[in-house]
Ligand binder design. Structure first.
Ligand code: BGC
Length: 450
């Protein structure tokens, strides 16, 4: 259901998003240290085709061209992440000026083209030395992260209006500490909970540092997956609540209320340790905005075999899915935006990622024809507009992603870009969705219903 009478505000921020390890390439150049993902891709057998981020989109050397591409699309904003180990090769201590200079230049070039930078401090690539020191299980990470963030704030805040501390703490925890598919490949519920707590404390510590040295706006990005019960029987409803607590409320309740959802204590049993009052109060640090990444929903049922939540996702056979196997469910975007407003109040929201992987055809006539991605974007943008119509204070939308890039464990197989990147030549070719999105920006969304 969409509200056709709603419209995007005149100053709505239209952007595209990427992250450092997924596009930059040359992870060790100019004095950078190795990251956990660099090490993981070189050792792991689980990344598709043995792909690594060694070359990625070679954005490290092609940033100027990529910014011209952004200008041609008409982007008003660009969300990128900083590679921690370029700036602090050992994670802490001496700053590598050449690494920092890459981001200084990037930000300068963006501003020259009237593109607002939105910088993510941490999008999963952790300096390998910090990984060795225990990663997010080590409580010292709170201050190390804040120190790193402060280096960026001091260097770039005069030119970066929007900051994001951490991208998707749930994925860092669930994939890295609960289900061993991302580094550091742990699978331990107690550790998963501990890592989540450290991440939240680190986020809050960085926000506090920002209040001391920054002048603009700072928030965090969470990925939200609205949970729908498979049936209305009590077991399915309870499983759905546990899943919702684990994925959606786990990180937002502490930030906005200074509390953790009770369902987590029930689900995790003895692995759960109550936070002290000081810890709970410490993570409740006001943010200037909230970033939301939305890709799909989940239909959830009770399954006692799935530890510790006792909840499993039910595949919606018959519904359309992307190449990631994620159901295409645009109404979930409107629902989750409205839910955030009802539960957490008037905080300004940005959709910091939304997009889809499809098996695109080869270029023909200088374009890649990707009608499925155009449909995906159109339906989700209409859902975003409907949320605005329902009173949500949505300030901007960032498509994931600008470029086809390194999709973590899926390597380069899954393509999310609105611009194609040829793996052999790295040539950038616009897709139909590039033109579509350019027109969305130009018309401020008026073309969505045309
Ligand atoms: C992440 C991106 C990723 C995208 C698609 C998000 O979880 O922030 O890095 O590429 O989803 O899987």
């Amino acid at each position: 259901m969409t509200d056709d009478s709603a419209s995007f505000p005149a100053d709505f921020l239209w952007g595209a998003a990427t992250s450092a390890y997924q596009i930059e390439g040359s992870p060790l150049e100019d004095g950078a240290g190795p990251s956990n993902w660099h090490r993981f891709t070189h050792r792991s057998v689980t990344v598709a085709n043995g792909d690594t981020g060694d070359l990625a989109c070679d954005h490290y050397h092609r940033a100027d061209d990529d910014i011209r591409l952004m200008r041609d699309i008409g982007l008003r904003a660009y969300r990128f992440s900083v590679s921690w180990s370029r700036v602090l090769p050992r994670g802490r201590g001496a700053v590598n000026q050449r690494g920092l200079d890459f981001y200084r230049r990037l930000v300068d070039r963006l501003l020259e083209h009237d593109i607002q930078p939105m910088a993510t401090v941490h999008h999963w690539d952790l300096p390998a030395e910090l990984d060795d020191a225990g990663g997010w299980l080590n409580p010292d990470m709170v201050e190390w992260f804040a120190d790193y963030a402060e280096v960026l704030f001091r260097a770039l805040d005069d030119r970066v209006p929007l900051w994001i501390t951490v991208n998707e703490p749930w994925v860092i925890v669930d994939a890295g500490y609960m289900h061993d598919c991302h580094p550091p490949q742990r699978s331990n519920p107690r550790e998963a909970l501990a890592a989540g707590r450290t991440l939240l404390r680190a986020h809050a510590a960085a926000v506090r540092r920002y209040r001391g040295v920054g002048r603009n706006c700072i928030g965090i990005t969470v990925n939200l997956i609205p949970q729908f019960p498979f049936t209305t029987n009590e077991a399915d409803l309870a499983a759905t609540r546990r899943s919702d607590a684990y994925i959606n409320r786990h990180y937002l309740d502490p930030i906005f209320f200074g509390t953790y959802p009770n369902d987590l204590r029930d689900a995790f049993g003895p692995a759960w340790i109550d936070p002290t009052a000081a810890e709970a109060e410490g993570v409740r640090e006001p943010v200037d905005f909230l970033g939301i990444n939305y890709y799909s929903r989940a239909v959830t049922r009770f399954d006692p075999m799935v530890e510790p939540l006792g909840a499993a996702a039910v595949v919606q056979t018959g519904a359309p899915h992307t190449e990631m196997g994620w159901e295409i469910y645009p109404d979930g975007l409107r629902d989750i935006l409205v839910w955030v407003r009802c539960r957490y109040g008037e905080v300004p929201l940005y959709i910091t990622e939304n997009g889809a992987a499809f098996a695109d055809p080869a270029p023909a006539g200088g374009r890649v024809d990707d009608p499925l991605r155009v449909d995906y974007l159109r339906s989700h943008l209409l859902a975003a507009r409907a949320a605005i119509g329902a009173g949500v204070n949505l300030r901007g939308y960032f498509v994931w992603s600008l470029l086809d890039n390194f999709e973590w464990n899926c390597g380069y197989d899954k393509r999310f870009g609105i611009v194609q990147v040829d793996r052999a030549t790295l040539r950038r070719t616009p897709k139909t969705s590039t033109d579509f999105y350019a027109e969305v920006i130009r018309s401020n969304g008026a073309n969505l219903t045309r």
